[in-house]
Structures are given as structure tokens and as C-alpha cells.
Design a binder for this molecule. Structure first.
Ligand code: GLV
Ligand code: MG
Length: 342
């Protein structure tokens, strides 16, 4: 039986050694915690089995005078906790801050063997990834680490969006890219003060109902809220797919609005994202539900795959035409279900 891998380029890492394939690891939710906050850090052992990725955040939301405590807290947590199959990531400070270099200089020698991915904020171009890549290579060599730490970029400046293709392909270490809607809104001078999600004023309005002679009437005119992030997510997904890395929606700041959070996550899933950030435990279950294909979709995909045999030609199932292309679409769904079940 063929799999989606026969059609799509695999994720590859290992610079500068020969490129090797990295097995897909579920990352439906990247769960953020503040490692300098002792109460939060104490919950990590019980949180770890519930999430695909735990991320110790050192950047925004950690005040300037708590940066060193957060870094030290992450070292302690990484050493003390057995993460099992759960990945440990960190978000370092941005490369234009006074802390990014010290983040890497501390974390790689101290806990590099436990760190799966370094998330780099405010990436503006390939040069930022090259810088981190070279530093990681030096620090890994010095620490005797043989497993490369992967790199994840946040797409959250207008310059970064303009350079997203070169960022996605900047290094074989690239694991994926997340949309950062809050910083991106500021960078673009958008007029929203929300962290992700829609905006009630970003609308299209239905045409006026035509009255007798074709002139506009004054009946009700429904409005439809649009997704502020559609363009950027689609662009990011294309760049990631072209380079064999993974795209993610980032944060949804209105913790209480679980419905809108689920909608935003689902839009991202349908467009090709494999996960999103969870900022609060309530968002863990949402991400798990949204970024796992539904049993009905998986059953349908398996039905099409079985009916399509070697994957060429065309068949009709329940009145719907299936061919080589829908076969590949179904492989994406079935492979994801298999990977999540493994
Ligand atoms: C995330 O970092 C964002 O700015 O949205
Ligand atoms: Mg940000």
C-alpha cells in the first residue's frame, strides 16, 4: 500500500551531515508554560502526558527582569522531568534582544540532549535561521550531542511573511513555521488588538436586495465575517509544503472563547496546518480534537483508497468521482490517522 510519503517530500534534517529523514512526530498542540513560574513548572510532570509538545517560553510574556529565572527554570524542569514521548521545545528570545545568545549558550550544553526544537521568534529572513543553525552546530559539537536540535520559525513580521519561502528552506534543521498573529498585526499596522481570531468589523456585506426596477432596496443585508489570517496561513502552508516542513497556527488569546478558538484552529487544519499553540489547558483538548482527522473522514479516506487499487484511474463512490488526485488527498488523511495512532 502506498502512503502519502510516496508523493510528498519527507522532512529532512542533519546539516551538514547527509540529509536523513525524520519520522513525523505528532505536534497537534504546542503547549506553552513559563518555566520561571514555580507553580506552572510544578504542573509540567502531570501536563506532559496530555500534550504532544511542551514548550518552555523564554520570550514575550516573560518580563525582562525574569528572563534569567525563566532560563534557569527551564534547565531545572528539563533535568527533573521524564517527558516520555512528549517533545520538549523552547521559544528563545528574539535575535535582536540582549538574551537570545545567552539562551542558546546556556540551553544547548545544559539540556541540549533533551531539547527537540528551538522556536525562533520574529524571523525576518534566511539569515536569522543561518545564524541559529551555525550556533547550534557549534554548541552541539562542543557538547558532544549527536542528535541535531531542530529549528521552528515564528512568522510574525511583514518582512518575515515576504521571505517565508526562503525561511522555510533555509536549513535542513527547519522543522516548521507558526503564524504569530499578534506581533504580525503590529508589524503590519493592522488595526486589531486581539491575539489571533477574527474581528467583528472585518466583513463583507451581501448585495442590497434588488427592488422592482433593479434599484437597491432597503431590506436586511447579511454580513459575513472574514478570516483576517487566511492569506498568511495559506502562504505559510505553501512555503512549508514546498520545503517538506510543518505549518502551525499560533496563539488564540481569548481563552474563554473556546468556540472561536476551535473555529480558528479548524480553519488552519483544513488549510494544511498540523497543530496550534495552546496557551491554557482548556485549549489542549480543542487542539487534540481539531488536528486529529475525524473517524468519519478517516473511514471515507480508507474506502476511497481501497476502491482505487493502485491509485490510478477513476471510480464513482456514492455518486462522487474519485481519481488519482482524490486518492492522494485520502492518503494524507489516512496517513495522519495512522501516525497519530502509532
Ligand atoms: C506570537 O508570538 C504572536 O505574536 O502572535
Ligand atoms: Mg510574538
Amino acid at each position: 500500500m502506498r502512503s502519502a510519503k510516496d508523493f510528498f517530500r519527507p522532512l529532512a534534517v542533519g546539516a551538514p551531515a547527509p540529509v536523513r529523514e525524520v519520522p513525523f512526530r505528532p505536534s497537534r498542540m504546542i503547549h506553552f508554560f513559563d518555566p520561571g513560574n514555580e507553580k506552572m513548572a510544578a504542573k509540567v510532570p502531570s501536563l506532559a502526558p496530555q500534550v504532544d509538545v511542551l514548550l518552555g517560553n523564554l520570550e514575550d510574556a516573560v518580563p525582562a527582569d525574569r528572563k534569567e529565572a525563566a532560563r534557569a527554570g527551564l534547565v531545572k524542569t528539563a533535568r527533573d522531568v521524564d517527558f516520555g514521548d512528549t517533545q520538549l521545545w523552547t521559544r528563545i528570545n528574539s535575535l535582536d534582544s540582549p538574551w537570545a545568545l545567552d539562551d542558546l549558550l546556556t540551553l544547548v550544553p545544559e539540556i541540549g540532549g533533551k531539547l527537540d526544537v528551538v522556536m525562533v521568534p520574529k524571523v525576518e529572513g534566511a539569515q536569522d535561521i543561518h545564524y541559529v543553525d551555525r550556533l547550534l552546530a557549534q554548541l552541539e559539537a562542543k557538547a558532544g550531542l549527536t542528535r541535531p536540535i531542530l529549528v521552528h520559525a515564528i512568522l510574525e513580521t511583514a518582512a518575515g511573511v515576504a521571505a517565508v519561502e526562503e525561511i522555510a528552506g533555509a536549513s535542513p534543521r527547519m522543522q516548521g513555521i507558526s503564524l504569530g498573529p499578534a506581533d504580525l498585526a503590529a508589524s503590519r499596522r493592522m488595526k486589531t488588538t486581539r491575539v489571533g481570531g477574527g474581528h467583528p468589523d472585518y466583513l463583507v456585506r451581501a448585495d442590497p436586495p434588488a427592488s422592482g426596477g433593479g434599484a437597491a432596496g432597503d431590506g436586511p443585508r447579511p454580513t459575513f465575517q472574514q478570516d483576517l489570517w487566511h492569506y498568511t496561513i495559506a502562504r505559510m502552508v505553501d512555503a512549508c509544503a514546498a520545503h517538506g516542513i510543518l505549518p502551525y497556527y499560533g496563539p488564540f488569546g481569548d481563552i474563554q472563547d473556546t468556540t472561536a478558538c476551535e473555529d480558528q484552529f479548524r480553519n488552519a487544519f483544513l488549510l494544511g496546518c498540523v497543530g496550534a499553540w495552546s496557551l491554557h489547558p482548556v485549549q489542549i483538548g480543542i487542539a487534540k480534537r481539531v488536528f486529529s482527522p475525524s473517524p468519519q473522514d478517516v473511514a471515507w479516506a480508507r474506502r476511497v483508497i481501497a476502491a482505487m487499487g493502485d491509485g490510478t484511474g477513476a471510480v464513482m463512490i456514492d455518486g462522487k468521482m474519485q481519481d488519482d488526485a482524490t486518492y492522494k488527498q485520502c492518503l494524507v488523511v489516512a496517513d495522519l490517522a495512522d501516525a497519530l495512532a502509532a
